[in-house]
Structures are given as structure tokens and as C-alpha cells.
Design a protein around this ligand. Structure first.
Ligand SMILES: [Zn+2]
Length: 392
């Protein structure tokens, strides 16, 4: 699958593979979908041509960037577009964020005292931007110029918009409680083809651990719970797309459900290598943010397996996977992982190969998750909600 990168045809094959597995198990589909693929669109917007003038003088392409939606810009001198200024002595980042979040169109003069930070932003924001179709913002043009907002300006910008299709893969086991969901998820995308280190060297980042291991867990957990008959709560098995490319899969997914109806999310990442604490252990990100981790610990008591809090708080792992999108909506959504991320030589490298996976450990971990989840699946246990106001 050549590294399953989002926005390539290769990931579609991976999606079909997972769909086939769900089909073999005869999982239910989401009510909103006719198959296991939860398809959606992302827009890619790029400036094709831009002609910007300030006080009658053309602005060099390196001295401006455009933020906004798909609409072309035709702002002539006699218009009602607001001219604003990020003046000398103002906090650039703060002003930039304010202007960016505002719904008004704006022509923004960035004082030359902010040149250093402008030069960092300009190439980044000049690249194609991606957005959900409904979440477009209004156009803003940022120009590096010490002219004041009294100066006249003209702006003519044409844009090119591509519609890109992505898909999560979602299977369901409907429970007695139709409106109480438990989500088991993992991202199935990876980072695709890299620049080889030398001529003829491997260039495919297979992502065996990141995150074929977690995707395997989701498939196996679906198989396991399907064999157990009708659960009390409704179970969703979700393979997310584009975790590595903007998190669009989990963002889209989170908007299709009522977050209050999601009782817990077991997000599974990189469980192919034993943790530093030992072979039969896994850690949980954001352990203190809900009672999810404690409930899993309690369920694992008396077994060979142990769950413990994420030992790498400085890595911000709670915020680096798809769980964060749902946690921000209050869902007790945590990532379960085992790979020593701080020293793992294969993380986001072409060396992340199947041969590096400890299959016995992977199997034990999937088994442990299946057992630790029993209380939540049966409705006996319900983790406390995450306080979204406390999240970054
Ligand atoms: Zn990952």
C-alpha cells in the first residue's frame, strides 16, 4: 500500500481491505452510510494568480499571503473591505489570530518591524490550504508594508480549488442501548513514500507499528466482540484516515455523532513494541483527565497485564492522536500505546517494518484491551467526562 498516505490512491486500497474484514464479520453499518466507508470531502485551496497593489505600487509575491475561502478576490480602491494594521509594538501572533478568526474580510498591513515573523508565516500560508467545505473563512490578505491603513490598495486574486475525497472505515455492533456508544479506533493512514537515503534505498514508510498495529487491534476487537453476541452498549470500530495529514478523519467522524452519546473511546496507537515498563504493560494518555484509565486498571487486576499513565508527558501524546478531537468535545477519549516513543528508531522512518513487531506482545495487548473494556461495554462502568475547558 506504499505507506497508506492520505490523499493518495494507495490508502483507498487499505480502506477496501479493512472494509472487507468488517464485511466478513458481518458488522453493521452506520445508519448514515450504505457501506463501511464513511466518505467525506476536504477542499484544497491554492492561490493561482495574485496582483496586489499598495498606494499604486505592486507588492512583491514574497511580501504577502492570502488566507481564506474558495472565492476569488476583486478588491478595488472604492470598496468596503476593511484595512487593518498590525502596528509596531503590537503582539503579532495575537493580532494575527484575532484577524484570522474574525468573520470580516480584511486587508492587513503588517508593519516592517514584524518582518522576521512575517517571513516565517509567509511561505507556510502561501502553500495550498485544506479545509472542510463548510468551514471556510472569509478572505484576508496580509501585506508586509509600513504604509498605514489610510493607503489605497487593490487586490485581484484567483484561486484554484481541488475537492479531495477521504474515507474513514466504520463498522458497528448495535447494542441494547442504541444511543450509548463505545468507540474502538486507530488511524490506518501513514506517511507514504519518503526521499530515499541513497540511490536504490528503501523509500516506503510502511508504518507497521504506526499504525497497522492499532488497526489490527480494531479489526481483532471487532471480531472478538462480534463473537460475544449483542452487547449492552453499541460498539463502533473505526479506522481513521488522515491522522498524519491534519486529523481530518477524526474531525469529520466527531461531527457525525452526538458527543454526549459516546461513553468512551479506546484509541489505539503503536502497540507493536513492548513498553519500557515491561512486556505486559500499556500506557494511557491523559490518564488524569477522566476515570477511563482507572477503570481499565481495575479491570486488569489479577491478570498478567497492567495499564499505567503515559510515561512521556513532555511528548504531549494526548494531543497528538485522534483521541484529542473527541476529548475536546468532552468524550473520555484516550490513546493506548506501548512503544517507547522517545527512543524508538523506527518512528516515522522507512524502517517501521513488520519485522520489528513483537507479535506476541501485540496479541497480548489486544487481548488485554478486550478484557479491560468489558465493564464499559456491558454498561457496568462509565468513565467520567473529560473537562474540555481544561484542555489545550
Ligand atoms: Zn500514529
Amino acid at each position: 500500500m506504499r505507506g497508506r498516505q492520505a490523499f493518495t490512491p494507495d490508502i483507498d486500497k487499505a480502506a477496501d481491505y479493512i472494509s472487507d474484514k468488517f464485511g466478513q464479520m458481518d458488522l453493521d453499518k452506520l445508519d448514515s452510510e450504505s457501506d463501511y466507508l464513511q466518505k467525506f470531502e476536504v477542499l484544497s485551496i491554492k492561490v493561482k494568480n495574485a496582483d496586489i497593489e499598495v498606494g499604486g505600487t505592486e507588492v512583491s509575491p514574497d511580501d504577502f499571503f492570502v488566507l481564506g475561502d474558495t472565492a476569488n478576490i476583486e478588491w478595488a480602491e472604492t470598496n468596503e473591505i476593511e484595512a487593518v494594521q498590525i502596528a509596531e509594538g503590537e503582539n503579532f501572533q495575537q493580532r494575527f489570530n484575532e484577524i484570522r478568526e474574525s468573520t470580516a474580510e480584511a486587508f492587513v498591513y503588517v508593519d516592517k518591524s514584524h518582518e522576521a515573523i512575517f517571513r516565517r508565516y509567509q511561505p507556510f500560508f502561501s502553500r495550498a490550504s485544506r479545509t472542510f467545505p463548510k468551514e471556510q473563512s472569509s478572505n484576508k490578505i496580509f501585506v508586509l508594508s509600513s504604509k498605514s491603513s489610510e493607503t489605497s490598495f487593490n487586490a485581484y486574486v484567483t484561486k484554484e480549488t481541488d475537492r479531495l475525497e477521504l474515507a474513514n472505515v466504520v463498522g458497528k455492533i448495535e447494542g441494547n442501548r442504541k444511543d450509548e456508544y463505545v468507540v474502538f479506533s486507530a488511524h490506518y493512514d501513514h506517511i507514504g513514500i519518503r526521499q530515499p537515503n541513497a540511490a536504490g534505498a528503501d523509500s516506503i514508510a510502511n508504518g507497521a507499528n504506526d499504525n497497522a498495529s492499532g488497526t489490527t487491534a480494531v479489526i481483532e476487537l471487532a471480531k472478538y466482540f462480534k463473537s460475544k453476541g449483542t452487547p449492552e452498549r453499541t460498539l463502533l470500530f473505526v479506522a481513521f484516515t488522515a491522522e498524519e495529514s491534519g486529523g481530518y478523519g477524526s474531525q469529520y467522524f466527531s461531527k457525525q455523532l452526538e458527543p454526549d452519546q459516546i461513553m468512551a473511546m479506546f484509541n489505539i496507537e503503536m502497540i507493536g513494541k513492548p513498553a519500557v515498563e515491561g512486556p505486559n504493560t500499556a500506557w494511557i494518555t491523559g490518564f488524569e483527565k477522566s476515570s477511563f484509565g482507572e477503570l481499565l486498571q481495575k479491570s486488569a487486576e489479577g491478570t498478567i497485564y497492567e495499564f499505567y499513565p503515559d510515561p512521556y508527558p513532555n511528548q504531549n501524546l494526548f494531543y497528538r492522536s485522534d483521541n484529542a478531537t473527541l476529548a475536546r468535545l468532552g468524550v473520555p477519549a484516550h490513546t493506548i500505546s506501548t512503544t517507547p516513543i522517545d527512543v524508538d528508531p523506527d518512528y516515522h522512518q522507512v524502517s517501521d517494518e513488520f519485522e520489528t513487531i513483537d507479535v506476541a506482545h501485540l496479541t497480548n495487548t489486544i487481548r488485554a484491551i478486550s478484557q479491560a473494556a468489558v465493564g464499559i461495554v456491558s454498561g457496568q462502568d462509565t468513565p467520567t467526562r473529560v473537562d474540555a475547558s481544561q484542555l489545550n
